[in-house]
Design a protein around this ligand. Structure first.
Ligand SMILES: *Cc1c(COP(=O)(O)O)cnc(C)c1O
Length: 498
């Protein structure tokens, strides 16, 4: 299987090249030239497999330049039993009737990013051996909270890698911040920036493609790569859990092989839902992909009208991982849905960076609408939904999952389409304890510190506190740098001692 760029169809690279490099040299994103097709038979055969074996069935088709031994090494290392608190890795929990929650947060950092970022360091080091032997890979991360920690945890003390993480100084939860600033490992660094996630992401992209900086790194035998979902190695592991969830629904007797399901995804950078789109295009019987947003509802507007316009107010919400106005992976969807039109994608992305907006043709948006639905919900609904789900079903969800649950409720109310549905749950409620506890008890809890809040949430709900979050209490802060977004490249030099 070869990969090309969303902005230049002449580019053809292997999976290893795409993963080691992260982003194409002209700024486009790597995409598979064609998708493998899975028959219903092949999907049915996954029912009896473990998560690791399901992952191999899917990844084998995309990583055709990896040997079977390499694939085995990567997948078994990533999804080892001691790293995940659920033997199923990504369990599906039926909450009510056709509402099934896919819990993607049982990994070491308690957010769904672990599903990909436990695997990515393995894919990256194997890829680097194939394409850039001897080079040190410098992973540069812009994070809205969860990616940073998951990437740090995945890459810590991995040979021949260094990892630098930038997060918006006021844009992450206290627990997320603590997870990052206490990170252990010899090859890691963390820095806050004065700005929001989009500022961090744009600056990181600019640093990646800056020839001057790249040349300085090359002199030291280093190269940049990305652990953000612009990297194909971040997306491909996420395709697996859609197949796995479908297999689990069959196993639980909730659907028969071939039945259609809907999928609802709390969306930020459009990576998670795009993986669902790939699964659908590969033959998984998904009827609709429902894109759920918080008050930063730029994707809802785009999917309903075809106009993408980031010239709008930015809200800091209780679901910070979705506080995003530039959803990078939408570029990949536009590429596929426009019939691989690299010229169109290049010009849309240019208008986005020049004027902050673009409009797609009526044909293109109506094509997209045959597969995608969209909705958003405000902060009050997030709180109400957390409370309702806890009161009615004793199911405690985090703020991001709550957005998805509410948008799903609205979708069913508007369309009557209540076929079996998978709702992605993207974080443990304990990563956002203050918001979640406030929602459950119906009043704010400002007088408690972070760990008192965790204990209180546990006392009120009985939901188990994940061990990695409990352990943070006794760790000391290692990283307290803050820089302006204009100075991020200097910070990179400083952190790399260049
Ligand atoms: C990253 C993240 C999201 C958004 O996922 P995308 O792939 O960026 O759309 C949603 N919820 C949580 C908790 C996250 O960490």
């Amino acid at each position: 299987m070869l990969y090309t760029s969303t902005r230049n169809n002449n580019i053809k690279v292997t999976a290893a090249q795409a993963i080691a490099q992260g982003i194409s040299e002209e700024g486009g994103l790597f995409v598979p030239c064609e998708l493998p097709e899975f028959s219903l038979n092949k999907i049915g055969e996954m029912v009896s497999l473990s998560y690791i074996d399901r992952a191999k069935v899917v990844l084998r088709e995309f990583l055709t330049d990896f040997s079977e031994e390499e694939l085995d090494y990567c997948v078994c290392g990533a999804y080892a039993k001691d790293k995940f608190s659920s033997e199923k890795i990504a369990p599906v929990v039926n909450v009510n009737k056709n509402e099934n929650i896919l819990e993607l947060w049982h990994g070491p950092t308690c957010a769904f990013k672990d599903m990909a970022l436990q695997l990515l360091p393995y894919l990256m080091t194997v890829s680097a051996k194939k394409t850039a032997d001897g080079k040190t890979i410098v992973i540069l991360v812009a994070t809205s909270g969860d990616t940073g920690k998951a990437a740090l945890e995945g890459f810590k003390d991995v040979d021949n890698t260094k990892i630098l993480v930038f997060y918006p100084v006021d844009g992450v939860s206290p627990m997320q911040k603590l997870q990052m600033t206490t990170q252990e490992g010899e090859n890691v660094a963390v820095c806050a920036i004065n700005g929001n996630f989009d500022d961090a992401q744009s600056s990181v992209k600019a640093i990646f493609t800056n020839d001057d900086i790249k040349a300085q790194l090359a002199k030291k035998n280093m190269m940049f790569s990305s652990a953000n979902s612009i990297n194909w190695g971040r997306l491909v592991p996420q395709i697996v859990y859609y197949f796995s969830a479908y297999a689990d629904l069959i196993e639980q007797g909730r659907i028969n092989l071939g039945d259609e399901i809907n999928v609802v995804v709390p969306t930020g950078n459009f990576g998670n839902i795009l993986a669902g789109y790939y699964a659908k295009m590969m033959g998984l019987p998904i009827k609709k992909l429902v894109c759920a947003s918080n008050s930063n509802n730029i994707l809802t507007d785009f999917l309903k009208t075809g106009d993408y316009d980031k010239n709008r107010e930015f809200y800091t919400t209780t679901s910070p991982s979705m506080d995003i106005l530039i959803s990078s992976n939408l570029e990949r969807l536009l590429y596929h849905m426009s019939g691989e039109d690299d010229t169109l994608v290049t010009s849309l992305m240019k208008s986005l960076s020049d004027g902050g907006k673009y409009t797609v043709s009526p044909e293109l948006i109506s094509n997209i609408q045959t597969m995608f639905e969209a909705g958003f919900c405000d902060e009050n609904s997030v709180n109400d939904t957390i409370k309702n789900h806890f009161d009615s079903y004793k199911y405690l969800c985090d703020t991001h999952t709550s957005v998805a649950l509410k948008v799903y409720e609205n979708y069913v109310a508007e369309t009557g389409d209540d076929i079996p549905t998978v709702i992605d749950s993207t974080a443990s409620p304990y990563k956002f304890s203050k918001s979640v506890l406030g929602a459950v008890i119906g009043k704010s809890v400002s007088d408690l510190d972070e760990f008192e809040t965790v204990d209180e949430l546990n006392r009120v709900t009985g939901a188990e506190v994940p061990a990695p979050l409990k352990a943070l209490k006794n760790k000391s802060v290692r990283f307290s740098d803050v820089c302006d977004k204009e100075n991020m490249s200097e910070m990179v030099f400083k952190l790399l001692s260049l």
